[in-house]
Write a protein that binds this ligand. Structure first.
Ligand code: KG4
Ligand code: ZN
Length: 375
């Protein structure tokens, strides 16, 4: 089975061809980063236009690199949510148009399900597994029992963890998105240099909270870049054109702050994961795997912390390779293959969704619910 996947829910225009035998034949990702960078975040209107400009060429490239023709495809899968609605519409319409023209099945994929099932593409992880989804928009712990069968154990009550990474990066004058820059800057830093809060840690349940940590980082940055506190270290000044106030910062402060921030995130994730493991064990005693997915799963420090926690509880942590953790279309094609092989496909009335929680996915157990049934 050969599936073409299309991903346009945020700021990557991506297309990939994946086989039902878990082979990635092509995986094209065009990042719009440079177009959004001047604005310090993703501008939805710019994203939609860029998707529209790029999608045609990227689809041709994905099929050409796979060494196949469109006619050889068995299905077309496109992200139909959640995400920035303009971008979702571009990819969804391209996918539906192709499916209609080729007379092939169409599968509307939930972007989060794409992240959730990636470890089955890369490592053939069996069901059930415990999923930790950590991305720019989500921090969730979910039991995955089958395609479409998800139980939410905990979610963020305020900001997503990726958002906390991106805001920290922004406060330090790094570009957007800043998660990878924070990780790089943390290398060699002292994780105990700054005392930062660990919201909800030690409390019952599996929910997350990152707003308090973000605010504490902001207060810390404000303090150490204040002229009075920096007088003594004048030789350490960092010149920056963007913000003269940031010029008062010493490089080691950044490094220590990023390390302290990451350590706080690591403690929070480890604590919440331990609680989720207890619930997973109770519900699925046969489950052996923990899967970490989403852009923040690219962070090596956090991966190491999660591995430690998993092993402590006798479970195996599976983390997809870095480029399959951040947004890509191979994960969408694979989710499409998983759905199509179970007889699930969607009509051309499949609609784009800005919001689409995993828990609202049609479940195999309950039968395939239609769009109307899950309203
Ligand atoms: O899954 P993703 O590519 O897009 C969403 O669906 O949100 O995740 C993007 C998020 C951003 O917040 C980005 O800063 C974060 O993943 N990220 C990282 C790293 N690489 C990307 N966060 C921490 N460390 C990294 N190395
Ligand atoms: Zn994502």
């Amino acid at each position: 089975m050969l599936i073409l996947g299309i991903e346009t829910s945020c700021d990557e225009t991506a297309a990939a061809v994946v086989s039902g035998e878990r082979r990635i034949l092509s995986n094209i990702v065009y990042s719009q980063l440079s177009e959004h960078a001047p604005y310090g975040g993703v501008v939805p209107e710019i994203a939609s236009r860029a998707h529209l400009q790029k999608i045609g060429g990227i689809l041709l490239q994905a099929v050409a690199e796979a060494g196949i023709t469109f006619r050889e495809l068995d299905g077309i899968a496109a992200t139909s949510g959640p995400g920035l609605i303009g971008g979702v519409i571009v990819g969804l319409m391209a996918g539906k148009g192709l499916a209609a023209a080729l007379g092939k099945p169409f599968i509307g994929v939930n972007h989060l399900e794409g992240h959730a099932l990636t470890a089955r593409l890369t490592d053939n992880v069996p069901f059930p597994f415990l999923l930790l989804l950590v991305s720019g928009g989500h921090s969730q712990l979910v039991i995955v029992e089958e395609v479409g069968c998800y139980t939410l154990l905990g979610t963020t009550i305020d900001d997503a963890i990726g958002e906390a990474f991106d805001k920290t990066a922004k406060m330090l004058g790094f570009g957007y998105p800043g998660g990878a820059a924070v990780e790089k800057t943390a290398v060699g830093g002292n994780p105990n240099a700054f005392t930062l809060p660990r919201p909800l840690m030690g409390r019952a349940g599996c929910d997350f909270s990152f707003a308090g940590l973000k605010t504490a980082v902001w207060r810390t940055v404000e303090t150490y870049r204040h002229p009075a506190s920096r007088k003594a270290a004048a030789q350490d000044l960092v010149p920056t054109e963007k913000d003269p106030a940031l010029a008062l910062r010493a490089p080691q402060d950044d490094s220590n702050l990023c390390a302290s921030f990451q350590a706080a995130c690591g403690d929070i994730l480890a604590d919440r994961l331990s609680h989720a493991i207890a619930q997973f064990r109770e519900r699925c005693p046969q489950g052996k795997h923990i899967v970490v997915a989403g852009g923040v799963a690219a962070n090596n420090y956090l991966r190491a912390r999660l591995k430690e926690t998993s092993e402590k509880h006798g479970l195996t942590l599976v983390a997809p390779p870095l480029k399959l953790c951040t947004d890509n279309a191979a994960m969408i094609a694979w989710a499409g293959a998983e759905r199509l092989s179970r007889g699930f496909s969607d009509g051309l009335d499949c609609r784009p969704r800005a919001r689409w929680p995993l828990m609202e996915m049609a479940s195999l157990r309950e039968g395939h619910k239609t769009d109307e049934a899950i309203q």
